[in-house]
Ligand binder design. Sequence first.
Ligand SMILES: Cc1cc2nc3c(=O)[nH]c(=O)nc-3n(C[C@H](O)[C@H](O)[C@H](O)COP(=O)(O)O)c2cc1C
Length: 189
Amino acid sequence: MSTVLSVSGSPSPTSRTGRLLRHLDARLTARGHRVIPLDVRTIPADALLGADFRHPAIVEATELFARADGVVVGTPVYKAAYSGLLKSLLDLLPQYALTDKAVLPLATGGTTAHVLAIDYALRPVLSSMGASHILPGWFTLDKDITVTEDGTVSVADASAEALAQVVDAFSTALHQRAAASTTVLAAAG
Ligand SMILES: Cc1cc2nc3c(=O)[nH]c(=O)nc-3n(C[C@H](O)[C@H](O)[C@H](O)COP(=O)(O)O)c2cc1C
């Protein structure tokens, strides 16, 4: 079973990005993965802003990245890029914290003018952290995400199918990597 770290980089307590990720976590769980949610906003601000690498919450987050086989990186688009909150955590991780991991980048935003923010802003950062397998991501308009009073999340048809496809491609990549490492271990004896 692969372990997936599902990271939401929104500072909002009612984050649509966070809700969307938790909604997608269920699809990954149903496909046989163990999903660990991480909302960056729950990490103490003094640790993030003070670059306190030794803070227990930063140490724990670093270990969660290290143990994950795959990472979902979700961010709202703020000022045409990823959130500062997400970057504040990524800056405290080891340079190559994403080496050998499958990575699924996701974004939410208010305008299709920034639909490419994943590719021109987030993807280069993930790549610089050693991620060799960054899957095609998806940008979802905030108006296409509906959260009911009981917390149920629904996504408009325009995005739901594409999200399902990128999540399933991520899941397939994780299963393939698990099978390949089992083969290598078996060959090693
Ligand atoms: C400070 C701020 C800046 C934003 N800048 C952009 C932007 O440049 N482009 C865009 O498409 N949406 C922008 N938005 C809209 C958010 O990306 C969008 O509402 C997103 O779904 C919010 O996600 P969240 O609820 O997880 O924080 C901005 C929102 C805020 C609060």
